[in-house]
Design a protein around this ligand. Structure first.
Ligand SMILES: Cc1ncc(COP(=O)(O)O)c(C=O)c1O
Length: 393
């Protein structure tokens, strides 16, 4: 029997039923059954903590292994199958911010080198790029992509024009944060390859939201979150590096794995809770059980429909065509909602505290924008509630 999506799915999530949750993309929301797997793993660890952490997880330098392979490697293999990567080219990190930091802070920038980042990039990523370059006399250059979002080809052209003689790395989102647009990463990477520029993809919102096949993208590094759209517990990110980039890549925390090879360097950053990583395959398994295509189609159709309804009933404005929208849609609200970060914060609070709706609201290009996330526990009536609330704000 086909499971019904929409509110019947709320049973599978632990969220407060009094709140209409349209904010899945911000910090993710793991299903109950994945959290149960994580708890079972915690119970298993606590029966014999040092045995588990030193003999089942850590690299050989720390403990005396009981197993052929660390359980983290088994989890990496399972995740790799889902995102088109070999498990041994993939390591776990806590989140995308950490993955970006590892890549940029490992890179051997020379004075005058440049990292090209778009004006749509996530703020913390910009900070990481700023820090990694400034300590080596390199710099960040910001290209304006936000004006080119009407069609993907225009974005590729803008990137091509922005690359300069000193550009070493391009950092590009797979799905942007603020305006939630899918970038055509493979085309951009091909262009960069021809120009000798390495590509780091920020895939914070991609795994689980859209089909991802990292190996086919032709990029140098890819980092993303599983704790957003792949339903893993927090904190669970991945970092993939092409074989040619692995030797020079260092984790943000140097530990026992130094010089022991890519996976060993990352797999033991010191004592930490490995359960978000070990439970990640359970999130993927649940999505597979429901049908990955079906889940992604539902979420996309709901997001797009939300965009159309908000356009029609709120005089809100969509930012891009349907082909660039995944499971989130961002709309520019009418001028009466204000233009500043404070205006956005006030609206966000009013929606939550007066109307029990949690949704991402931010200021973007001098207008207040709302970003609606669609997950299988949402349905059109949630969008109706949002429109009604916005009309009363
Ligand atoms: C595009 C993008 N990059 C990076 C991040 C950072 O993710 P995290 O806080 O999990 O590191 C986010 C968070 O929403 C994001 O939207």
């Amino acid at each position: 029997m086909t499971v019904q999506f929409g509110h019947p799915m709320r049973e599978e999530w632990p969220q407060d039923p009094a709140v209409t949750y349209l904010n899945h993309g911000t910090v993710g929301a793991p299903p109950k059954r994945v959290l149960e797997v994580q708890q079972r793993l915690r119970d298993e660890i606590e029966r014999q903590p040092s045995h588990f952490l030193l003999r089942e997880i850590s690299p050989k330098g720390v403990g005396v292994w009981k197993r052929e392979r660390s359980r983290l490697r088994d989890a990496a293999n399972a995740v790799g199958e889902f995102i088109g990567a070999k498990g041994d080219d993939l390591v776990f990190v806590d989140n995308t911010t950490e993955g970006v930091n590892a890549v940029l802070r490992s890179f051997d920038f020379l004075e005058g080198d440049e990292v090209l980042v778009s004006d749509l990039a996530y703020g913390a990523v910009l900070h990481a790029a700023d820090y990694a370059t400034r300590v080596r006399g390199a710099r960040v250059r910001i290209m304006e992509l936000s004006k080119s979002v009407q069609e993907p080809g225009e974005i590729v052209r803008t990137v091509g024009e922005a690359i300069g003689p000193n550009t070493r790395i391009l950092v590009i989102d797979h799905i942007t944060s603020g305006n939630a647009l899918i970038m055509h990463v493979a085309q951009i990477a091909e262009l960069c390859r021809r120009r000798g520029v390495a590509v780091l993809v920020d895939g914070a919102h991609a795994p689980g939201a859209i089909p991802v096949n990292i190996a086919s993208l032709g990029v140098d590094w890819y980092t993303g979150n599983l704790h957003k759209w792949a339903w893993s517990p927090r904190s669970c990110g991945v970092l993939w590096a092409s074989p040619a980039r692995q030797q020079s890549l260092r984790p943000t925390v140097i530990s026992w794995g130094l010089d022991q090879g890519f996976t060993q360097e990352f797999d033991w950053p010191g004592t930490r809770d490995p359960t978000p990583h070990l439970a990640a395959p359970a999130g993927i398994a649940f999505m597979r059980e429901l049908g990955v295509d079906r889940v992604q189609r539902h979420n996309h159709e709901l997001a797009w429909q939300a965009g159309l309804e908000l356009t029609q009933h709120m005089q809100a404005r969509l930012l891009a065509p349907e082909s660039m929208i995944g499971t989130m849609v961002t709309l520019v609200l009418p001028a009466r909602f204000g233009s500043t970060a404070d205006d956005a914060a006030m609206l966000r609070d009013a929606l939550l505290f007066a109307h029990q709706i949690e949704v991402h609201v931010a200021a973007f290009h001098n207008r207040v924008c709302v970003r609606v996330s669609a997950q299988i526990y949402n349905e059109m009536s949630d969008i109706g509630r949002l429109i009604e609330a916005l009309n009363r704000c």
